[in-house]
Design a protein around this ligand. Sequence first.
Ligand code: GLU
Length: 305
Amino acid sequence: MDYQAILEQIRSDITPHLGQGKVASYIPALASADPHDFAMSLHLINGESFHTGLSDKPFSIQSISKVFMYEMALSLFEESILSRVNVEPSGNPFNSLIQLEYENGIPRNPFINPGAIVIADMLTSHFGDNADQSILQYFQNSSDNFSIHIDTQIALSERQSGFRNYALAHLMKSFGNITNEIDNVLHTYFNACSICANTIQLSRCMLHLANHGVDPVTNNKLLSAEHAKRINALMLTCGHYDASGEFAYKIGLPGKSGVGGGIVAIVPNVMSIAVYSPSLNHHGNSLIGTMALELFIRYSGHTIF
Ligand code: GLU
């Protein structure tokens, strides 16, 4: 299949729509992203890669880091995680407090903010105050690329405007589901969300998830096959906040989005995909990124169904 031609066709198709949607502004440091930016990258498990647009421009991956945090936690804590974070779609926005109150401080899944904050608490217990650096290293290791970094300005901006995340953490602590100091847990969480990468690096990072947990380029085993299956299942059912069903319905691939405008998706046994465009739809998912993935499915025929 001529993947480069497919990417160029997608880029031409989406160009008239660039600028639609709204860049996230509730984290002030994200508001300066250019709504006309677009990039898309594919990494195949045979080692080939294809790119279009601003694929070397780093952006804030935001919630996409939750996939890596959960991978780390699953390897460390196995099934015991389930007593603290569930694995069900939430049907609610990523920062909603309501469900958490009536479900006794147990978040629905690790890909919404409260779930990732509990995972950050578990990683902070294990790695101490440098848990953010351990997450960054895991990320660098999975991409075989050490230029991926934490943007400390974005992390600071998140901390200064993170009122809801503080509220979620306090509510969960009142139920006994946060064990460390809230500031330490949120330091881990905000720094992990503030990891910056471009679509080349990001699609490369995800490649092991298309290959049963093993990076096919380095043969580095990041996850067991069983855990890789679980992460893919969670991305399919919970990867897009309260639009996860719609993403599965329209695109039919495991995926995860972030409010920075990135989306990653996995074609099992074939490839990993990363797309970036910072304007979001009303669910907080990249509007053009979602459109680009729909076009990719249409042109390539790749879907898990
Ligand atoms: N750091 C963001 C927040 O906590 C992540 C949101 C997202 O990408 O879903 O609000």
